[in-house]
Write a protein that binds this ligand. Structure first.
Ligand code: SF4
Length: 328
């Protein structure tokens, strides 16, 4: 039997008016932050999304959740295009599509107790039967004690606050969670605990994740497949092992070359690929391949021809003219 596709994103694009931020700049036209992104996620699967800060990862997550309405494209969640739904029609869908944010402290109301925080989605969706029991159950699920139910966020550690955020996301028994940099604000010692918790919950409840991170080594630990993003476009998608063992895109190769190796002998011989220049602004994207100003393999056509994401054997899809030329 074919595996169920829970999330399908087709040609998703999000533009913002250039210079529309707090510090208005002189650019005109639109800044394309997400550009023609397409991918699928199976039920119970974790797709990692990795890229440098400002590459459009969080905007993509918000477009999937419809917190930003996409400029173009489709977001099919369980076969229903969320982009076509009104805010009212989206409400029931949100029960099954949840989010965990980066900073647990910022995302929790300091005046709410743990019960208020975890119970908020239950109250909003009118699911208040056995309320206290359900809160205790959710606290236990994320490794917290039921007697912490009346504490406020400042009475929890950073890792415990992220557990509260996870409990809130679990309250309505979601099928899919967007985890937006969920461990970036935590101490290294706590990060592994949260990754393990997410893993356990996935095994227990079959939840799918889109796991967003700027850290390619963190993504490795939790993902079944990994997607690499640069300036709003997908550069490469592959199964985790293929991507980490034989990355095809020059950007992925550079990201992986910068990951420290715990063995000092190997580390000393490591060949780090230094990326030249700065990441371009989304209002002034380079023509052709968006990565070409920083690519050590760039050749003439790279500045004028846009590479498309194409199958490259195995589970690999890659957007690079270099690989297109070597295909039959
Ligand atoms: Fe580099 Fe050209 Fe491939 Fe872009 S298309 S990644 S510039 S070789």
């Amino acid at each position: 039997m074919a595996e169920e596709i829970i999330l399908e994103v087709n040609n998703l694009t999000k533009s913002f008016p250039a210079g529309s931020g707090l510090f208005r700049r002189k650019e005109t036209g639109d800044a394309k932050v997400v550009d023609g992104v397409s991918f699928k996620v199976k039920a119970g699967e974790t797709l990692g999304l990795v890229g440098e800060s400002g590459c459009g990862k969080t905007t993509l997550g918000k477009c999937i959740l419809q917190l930003y309405r996409p400029t173009q494209g489709e977001v099919l969640f369980k076969g229903i295009d969320l982009c076509q739904l009104s805010d009212k029609a989206l409400r029931p869908m949100r029960q099954k599509l949840q989010v965990i944010f980066q900073d647990p402290y910022d995302s929790l109301n300091p005046r709410f107790t743990a019960t208020d925080i975890i119970g908020e989605p239950l109250r909003i969706h009118g699911k208040t039967g056995n309320y206290r029991e359900r809160i205790s159950e959710l606290l236990n699920m994320v490794g917290l004690s039921a007697n912490m139910a009346d504490r406020y966020p400042h009475e929890f550690s950073g890792g415990q606050r992220q557990r509260l955020g996870i409990a809130r996301a679990l309250a309505l028994q979601p099928d899919f969670i967007i985890c937006d940099e969920p461990i970036s604000a935590l101490d290294v010692s706590i990060q592994a605990q949260i990754i393990n918790l997410l893993d356990d919950l996935q095994e227990q409840f079959g939840i799918g994740y889109l796991f967003i991170s700027h850290d390619i080594s963190v993504v490795r630990h939790i993902s079944d497949r990994v997607m690499v993003m640069y300036l709003g476009k997908i550069m490469e998608i592959s199964s985790r092992d293929e991507l980490y063992n034989s990355p095809l895109h020059p950007y992925t190769q550079a990201l992986l070359s910068a990951v420290p190796i715990p063995d000092p002998d190997i580390e000393a011989k490591r060949d780090v690929i230094l990326l030249k220049g700065e990441v371009a602004g989304s209002a002034s994207l380079p023509g052709g391949c968006v990565f070409h100003p920083r690519c050590r393999h760039a050749f003439e056509q790279c500045s004028s021809v846009v590479p498309l994401l194409k199958d490259a054997g195995g589970s690999h899809q890659v957007a690079c003219l270099l690989h297109e030329m070597s295909w039959p």
